[in-house]
Design a protein around this ligand. Structure first.
Ligand SMILES: [Zn+2]
Length: 314
C-alpha cells in the first residue's frame, strides 16, 4: 500500500496508478483558478478532467467498487459575480470531465449521475435570438422601452445592477469578453442562488428509475445511497431489510422484476454530452455557446459516479 501527495499538474501527470493506492492532491491555498485563468503548465494546476482521470485510474483498481464525486465548484462562483462567460466555460470544463469519466467506466455496472445542488438567478431571454446567435451577446433587437441593447443572459440580482443599466458594448479583447458582467435587476455584491428544482441526468443501473427528471435536490443523496447500498440502505445489496435485518420480500404482482438501466442494448453508453446537439458534424471545440441548457444551473456535484453496482441489479 502506497500513498502519495501532489501539488501541481506535472506531479499529478507522473503518478503511476499501479504504484499508488491513496493520492492526495492539494493544488491551491483556497479555490483553484477558473479554467479561463488556469496555468496549464507542469507547475500549474490540473484541469477537472485531469483530476477525474487520475482519481478513476486509482479507484478502478478496487474490486469492491468505488464512489467518486467530481464537483465543478466554480460555476457557482462565476454566477455569483454575474460573469456568464466563466460560468459557461466552467460548465464546459465539467462536460470535459464527464466525457473523461465516460471513457473510463463501464456503464453497465457504474451509475453516473450529473446534477446540481442548486440553481442560480440567470435568465436566457430575448426577442430575436435565432439558433447560432452568440449566447454571450445582445439580443438582435434593442429594448422597446429605452431603445438600448441588452444581453441575452441576464441575472435577477447581483453586482451587474447599475443605474443607468449596463449596456452591452462591443469588446475589443479576449480579456474584456471573459470579464464581462451581465446586467442584474436588483443590486447585490454577490448574486444569490436560485430556488427551483434541479435537473438530474443519469446513465447506468437505476438511472431511469431513480434519477431522470427534475428533483428537489435533497432527494438526490438518498437516491444515491439507495443505489450504492450506503448509509440507510447499506444492507439492501445483501437482500436484507436495513432496519430489521430480515430478508427482503421479493416484489410480486405487477412490479417489474428487473430494474431498468439507460444503457443501450449494444452495451454502448448513450452519449449525453451537449456535443450530440451539434448539427455541423464537427468535433466540439471549446466555446462558450455549447451548454445553453445547462448553464442556468450551478451543476456542482456534477459527476457523481457510483461503482459497486454489480450487486445492485437485483
Ligand atoms: Zn454559491
Amino acid at each position: 500500500m502506497k500513498a502519495q501527495y501532489v501539488w501541481n499538474k506535472g506531479q499529478l501527470d507522473q503518478i503511476d496508478p499501479n504504484q499508488v493506492d491513496y493520492l492526495l492532491g492539494l493544488f491551491s491555498y483556497s479555490h483553484m483558478d477558473f479554467e479561463a485563468d488556469r496555468d496549464p503548465g507542469a507547475t500549474g494546476d490540473p484541469s477537472l478532467a485531469d483530476m477525474t482521470r487520475s482519481a478513476l485510474s486509482i479507484l478502478l483498481k478496487n474490486p469492491k467498487g468505488f464512489f467518486l464525486v467530481v464537483e465543478g465548484g466554480r460555476i457557482d462562483h462565476a454566477h455569483h459575480y454575474n460573469n456568464a462567460y466563466r460560468a459557461l466555460d466552467e460548465t464546459l470544463a465539467m462536460e470535459t470531465a464527464l466525457l473523461a469519466a465516460l471513457a473510463l467506466v463501464n456503464p453497465t455496472e457504474t451509475l453516473i449521475v450529473v446534477t446540481s445542488d442548486h440553481s442560480h438567478v440567470l435568465t436566457m431571454g430575448g426577442q430575436a435570438t435565432p439558433r447560432g446567435h452568440p449566447i454571450l451577446g445582445p439580443d438582435s433587437k434593442v429594448s422597446d422601452v429605452d431603445g438600448q441593447p441588452y444581453t441575452t443572459l441576464l441575472y435577477g440580482n447581483g453586482p451587474g445592477y447599475a443605474t443607468p443599466r449596463i449596456i452591452p458594448m462591443n469588446t475589443t479583447s479576449a480579456a474584456e469578453d471573459r470579464n464581462q458582467v451581465h446586467g442584474s435587476a436588483v443590486p447585490r455584491q454577490w448574486a444569490t442562488h436560485g430556488g427551483e428544482d434541479v435537473p438530474v441526468y443519469a446513465l447506468g443501473p437505476l438511472a431511469t428509475t431513480l434519477f431522470t427528471g427534475t428533483f428537489d435536490q435533497s432527494y438526490i443523496p438518498h437516491a444515491i445511497a439507495y443505489s450504492a447500498c450506503l448509509g440507510e440502505h447499506r444492507l439492501r445489496c445483501q437482500g436484507l431489510d436495513n432496519y430489521t435485518g430480515a430478508p427482503l420480500v421479493p416484489h410480486s404482482g405487477n412490479c417489474a422484476q428487473q430494474e431498468i438501466t439507460s444503457v443501450a442494448h449494444s452495451g454502448q453508453p448513450i452519449v449525453i454530452a451537449s456535443s450530440v446537439m451539434s448539427d455541423d458534424g464537427l468535433l466540439r471545440v471549446k466555446s462558450s455557446s455549447d451548454a445553453v441548457v445547462l448553464e442556468m444551473f450551478e451543476l456542482t456535484v456534477v459527476v457523481t459516479i457510483v461503482g459497486v453496482i454489480g450487486a445492485v441489479i437485483t
